[in-house]
Design a protein around this ligand. Structure first.
Ligand SMILES: Nc1ncnc2c1ncn2[C@@H]1O[C@H](COP(=O)(O)OP(=O)(O)OP(=O)(O)O)[C@@H](O)[C@H]1O
Ligand SMILES: [Mg+2]
Length: 358
């Protein structure tokens, strides 16, 4: 079954374990959406320059045109944080403030929140019809998706951090009042330290996290795709990730099972019979070699290579069956292992076709 149901999505997030094919899959999805006439932005939050390898062209931190209707960009979360606050409070130097530093160091996934916040801004700006997000390896995807909930929890009323912010705000108000009094009595007004309304800043952050939570949970417009390969650990991680995602109130749109060993093209029963009996295999090799003038060892090596692929595929199919058993409700899409890396737009085009037209 090809990958379906993405045509009306405005946000597609691609997550999964390291090296399974997230960047390749997200690039292929972006190509497909652009082909279908939608203005598409492919965003990577992976600081490594893998997206450039995949697309075969340089990608900057601003939207870079790749093809008609397709742009790509790298998102640097710390730059986004700085920009976010600079935009809202140009003078105040919020991110350098000791209280902000202390509180934000206790906020799990602030980087991630800001990164998704930026995506949300991009989405709301309506410049693109669809945004496809390539997440960074391993546990990162989960911290990315859980950042809004985690931050909201910390900022929730009773937490210590929240009291620190409130306490500081009260202190600032008092200090401000004191300065005003001073101003009345003293003629020489000294430069006051900037008053930063931290209560408002962190309230804004909470509101932002809530909006982000909403749009991540919006099944009509947002889709989360998990990429995996048909092996034990990645399959187990995929099941764990699915559970964690459901705990966050989101659902997995589909699992892409990548790098599946392709089937043996010929009569598999015959191949199995040969491979199961060394004597049969040798007799076949001798006969084939005699008929073709080849070395029998060469024919035996061909049989062994074909059988190697057969066995690998058998193992892959077991893990695919396991995934089916454990996540029966989630759509699965199998992608073959290609002979070569999927790098550059040409090979990516073939991957795209296999993903959407198989
Ligand atoms: N089906 C496939 N057949 C062959 N090679 C593939 C396939 N899918 C991906 N690759 C190759 O595997 C490598 C890893 O793929 P990719 O970079 O997409 O994975 P990733 O999950 O984004 O990795 P990372 O976690 O490091 O970001 C790349 O070299 C890519 O070209
Ligand atoms: Mg990647």
């Amino acid at each position: 079954m090809p990958l379906q149901g993405l045509d009306a999505k405005r946000l597609v997030i691609v997550a999964g374990k390291g090296g399974v094919g997230k960047t390749t899959t997200s690039s292929a999805i972006a190509l497909e959406l652009a082909r279908k006439g939608r203005k598409t932005l492919l965003v990577t939050v992976d600081p490594a320059k893998r997206l450039e390898d995949s697309l075969g062209v340089p990608v900057g931190t601003e939207a870079t045109p790749i093809q008609p209707r397709l742009w790509a960009m790298m998102l640097d979360p710390s730059a986004v944080i700085a920009a976010h606050f600079k935009e809202r409070m140009p003078e105040a130097g919020v991110t350098d403030h000791p209280l902000f530093k202390t509180v934000s160091s206790h906020l799990p996934g602030l980087n991630e929140l800001m990164a998704i916040g930026k995506l949300n801004d991009l989405r709301r700006a309506n410049k693109y019809d669809a945004i496809v997000v390539d997440t960074a390896p391993t546990g990162h995807a989960l911290s990315f998706l859980s950042a809004p909930a985690a931050i909201r929890e910390v900022l929730a009323d009773k937490s210590l951090v929240s009291w620190a912010i409130k306490g500081y705000s009260v202190y600032q108000k008092l200090a401000g009042a004191a300065r005003k009094l001073q101003g009345v009595f003293a003629k020489d007004k000294k430069e006051a330290p900037p008053d930063i309304d931290f209560e408002r800043i962190f309230e804004d952050m909470d509101a932002e996290a809530e909006r982000i939570q909403e749009f991540l949970r919006d099944r009509e417009h947002s889709a989360l795709l998990l990429v995996t390969i048909p092996e034990k650990l990645p399959v187990e991680e995929t099941c764990d990730l699915d559970e964690a995602v459901r705990d966050l109130g989101m659902t997995v749109h589909a699992v892409v099972i990548n790098k599946v060993q392709p089937p043996f093209g010929g009569d598999a029963t015959r191949l199995d019979a040969l491979a199961a009996h060394a004597a049969a295999s040798r007799a076949f090799a001798a006969k084939a070699a005699a008929a073709t003038g080849d070395d029998p060892a060469f024919v035996e090596a061909l049989v062994a290579a074909a059988e190697f692929g057969r066995i690998r595929r058998g193992m892959n199919l077991e893990w695919i069956a396991e995934l089916e058993k454990r996540l029966p409700a989630v759509e699965r899409v199998e992608m073959p292992l290609f002979r070569e890396d999927v790098q550059g737009l040409k090979r990516l085009g073939a991957f795209r076709a296999a993903l959407f037209e198989a």
